[in-house]
Design a protein around this ligand. Structure first.
Ligand code: SAM
Ligand code: SF4
Length: 329
């Protein structure tokens, strides 16, 4: 029987998110602190170390990879890593989540390297609001990056926006309209307690509120024809054929029951949940041993010890020490 990564709750793991850096050219308030000391260069896994890890993980059933960060495009020659990863036996799909600021220059090279899936984060179309949220200027560059991705051939281009009550809730309709106009797929993400800021439940702008706004102001949505209730994003389609909207309702509709993800941080720690409190160091094995057994064992142990799900909706919830930019969203 081929090897598989099944945890004690029966969940099969085929999806690995790899953070390639904790650095970022923005400072989104919901993700990272304004003052931050980044990891030293030598702490980061090299491309060869990442590829070796993925080769081993692929023998255990990992077939889907997403590169993230920090801002992954700050990692020099990211297209080289994409090329390495798409060439690994068993890897069927390599995606990228980026803030888009550097995509204008890199979209084509990434496409040429074999990248086919891209999510670009954009929470607002208002330059001043962008500056408040990211503590930097960059709206125009992000939009240029989105357009460069379209020109390079990415289809769909998915746009990720974090929905925060009182801060980005009035951005929902303009963003959804912008996406319709430009043939992009909008995805709203409920605000999660994983950043450096003080998370409050009252600030979560919920999936049903997002849907109500879009339906009220743009037009009716129905579940997409390929709607998969197990997938993290709930997918909807406009009935007038105006495209799709996805909502990742991590708080109001956690998808932990069907979670298929593992995460590798830029400094080589394996995490079995975004909200995990423990992690396994794999950089040590990658740097000291040519034998793969210890890495196979580490991956299996990570899956075997995965908990049932995040406990954000309970009094037991403990916020992880790492903030989002050092884990990889
Ligand atoms: N820098 C890249 C970007 O912004 O797309 C990749 C890394 S970022 C951590 C990945 C995703 O996590 C982004 O879409 C971002 O909006 C999302 N994110 C960050 N902090 C979040 C939070 N507290 N709640 C929900 N989503 C969050
Ligand atoms: Fe950077 Fe992405 Fe975090 Fe914003 S969400 S600070 S762009 S890593």
């Amino acid at each position: 029987m081929p090897a598989e990564l099944r945890d004690t709750f029966g969940r099969l793991h085929n999806n690995l998110r790899i953070s390639v850096t904790d650095r970022c050219n923005l400072r989104c308030t919901y993700c990272m602190p304004e003052e931050v000391s980044f990891m030293e260069r030598q702490e980061l896994l090299t491309f060869e170390e990442i590829a070796r890890f993925v080769r081993i993980a692929a023998t255990l059933g990992i077939n889907k990879i997403r590169l993230t960060g920090g801002e992954p495009l700050l990692r020099k020659d990211l297209a080289k890593l994409v090329r390495l990863l798409v060439g690994i036996d068993g890897i069927q799909d390599v995606g990228l989540t980026t803030n888009g600021m550097l995509l204008g220059d890199q979209a084509q090279a990434l496409w040429d390297a074999g990248l086919r899936r891209i999510n670009i984060s954009l929470d607002t179309l208002d330059a001043e609001r962008f500056r408040q949220l990211t503590r930097r200027d960059g709206l125009e560059r992000t939009i240029d990056g989105i357009m460069a991705a379209r020109r390079a051939g990415f289809d769909p281009v998915k746009i990720n926006a974090v929905a925060i009550r009182g801060i980005t809730d009035h951005e929902v309709v303009p963003l959804a309209r912008f996406a319709r106009e430009h043939g992009l797929q909008m995805r709203f993400i409920e605000y999660m307690p994983i950043g450096a800021d003080e998370w409050e439940r009252d600030k979560v702008y919920y999936a049903h509120e997002i849907l109500e706004q879009i339906e009220g102001e743009i037009g009716p949505l129905v579940p997409a024809s390929d709607y998969d209730p197990r997938a993290p994003a709930m997918e909807f389609e406009y009935i007038d054929g105006g495209g799709r909207v996805g909502i990742i309702a991590s708080i109001s509709r956690p998808f932990c029951n069907h979670c298929n993800r593992l995460r590798l941080t830029a400094d080589g720690k394996l995490r079995n949940c975004l909200f995990a409190l423990d992690e396994i160091d794999v950089k040590g094995f990658l740097r000291t041993s040519q034998q793969d057994d210890a890495l196979v064992e580490a991956i299996m142990r990570s899956v075997a010890t995965k908990w049932e799900g995040h406990e954000i909706n309970t009094a037991r919830f403990i916020k992880p020490l790492r903030t989002m930019h050092t884990i990889g969203g």
